[in-house]
Design a protein around this ligand. Structure first.
Ligand code: ADE
Ligand code: ZN
Length: 326
């Protein structure tokens, strides 16, 4: 591993905590909780991770998440991810979680939240990893279901920094969730949304204009609309790009075809992230290494990407400075 990548202080802004469920932990939790998996071994789970697109991944990902059944499971999951952060010089992380994946199989919202937030607190105290939590709505479900989830979360408002939008993008435009995002912003929550991963540039415009997002998750299809690229540069709206994810889900055929360097050179506020590291072959530093090797990134490019991650985070200037040097 390139030593600059290893030692650079970094922020992660696009990580689904359910996507950090390593096959070994999935197998162990299935045994602990008496859940039957359609795989006989860890090797079989790993062999199943061949995806044609976002949906084929999501089908496996939601099925894998069923092994998460108790507060302790969510604690263990989050704790394992935070230890990775500490080992990779990730100073701050803004973590997505998908409550509907769990409440729809009758897990209480607070059991999920309590397990995650307890681990985040231990991570601050024992690992000096700063963190914040973003509740994501599943866009393949209804706008009413998203609103009900937000209502369920509001008693725990102080544990959240914002809301996001994930799951199957095509056919579920950001406009579908305008009312719930309006309500979230009225509660002082920040907003982000997946857009332009598989979906068209119009979805990125909707996320900006209707959901008033502070960042776009993925956003790589912005290049198809020059006026949108101009806008993203002018307003420095960050893109949370996930290189290994994009190749695994066939958004780009190979890493050499990825447009991250093109976006960076064009002046966009690009950041590098892992998305679902247990499914896509690596955590944050492996994503940095993959783009550096395939796209020939310079040390200046790497520093710029790390700097952008601090700029794009929901941190005060004081917090930003302390974390970058601390
Ligand atoms: N949920 C987990 N990973 C995702 C991704 N890459 N896109 C949309 N929803 C997701
Ligand atoms: Zn994602």
């Amino acid at each position: 591993m390139n030593s600059l990548i290893q030692t650079l202080p970094k922020v992660e802004l696009h990580i689904h905590i359910e996507g950090s469920l390593e096959p070994e932990m999935m197998f162990a939790l299935a045994q602990r909780n008496g859940v039957k998996l359609p795989y006989a071994s860890v090797a079989e789970i790993k062999a199943a991770y061949q995806f044609e697109n976002l949906q084929t991944f999501l089908d496996l990902y939601y099925s894998g998440a069923k092994v998460l059944q108790t507060e302790q499971d969510f604690y263990d999951l989050t704790w394992a991810y935070l230890q990775k952060c500490a080992a990779q010089s990730v100073r701050h992380t803004e973590i997505f979680f998908d409550p509907q994946t769990h409440t729809d199989r009758d897990m209480p919202f607070e059991v999920v939240l309590n397990g995650i937030t307890a681990a985040l607190q231990t991570g601050r105290e024992q690992l000096q990893v700063s963190s914040a939590l973003i509740l994501c709505f599943l866009r393949h479900l209804s706008a009413e279901a998203a609103m009900a989830t937000l209502e369920q979360a509001l008693p725990y408002r102080d544990s959240l920094i914002g809301v996001g939008l994930d799951s199957s993008e095509m056919g579920h435009p950001p406009s579908k969730f305008q009312a719930v995002f309006d309500r979230a912003r009225a509660e002082g929550l920040r907003t982000v949304a997946h857009a332009g991963e598989e979906g068209p540039p119009e979805y990125i415009w909707e996320a900006i204009n209707l959901l008033k997002v502070s960042r776009i998750d993925h956003g790589v299809r912005c290049v198809e609309d020059p006026a949108l690229v101009d806008y993203l540069v002018e307003h420095q709206i960050p893109l949370t790009v996930c290189p290994l994810s994009n190749v695994k889900l066939c958004v780009f055929e190979t890493m050499a075809n990825h447009n991250l360097k093109q976006l960076l050179d064009r002046g966009l506020c690009v950041t590098v992230n892992s998305d679902d590291p247990a499914y896509f072959g690596g955590y944050l530093n492996e994503n940095f290494e993959a783009v550096q090797t395939a796209l020939g990134l310079t040390n200046e490019d790497l520093k710029k990407l790390a700097k952008n991650s601090f700029r794009a985070a929901f941190l005060s200037d004081t917090e930003r400075q302390q974390l970058a040097i601390g």
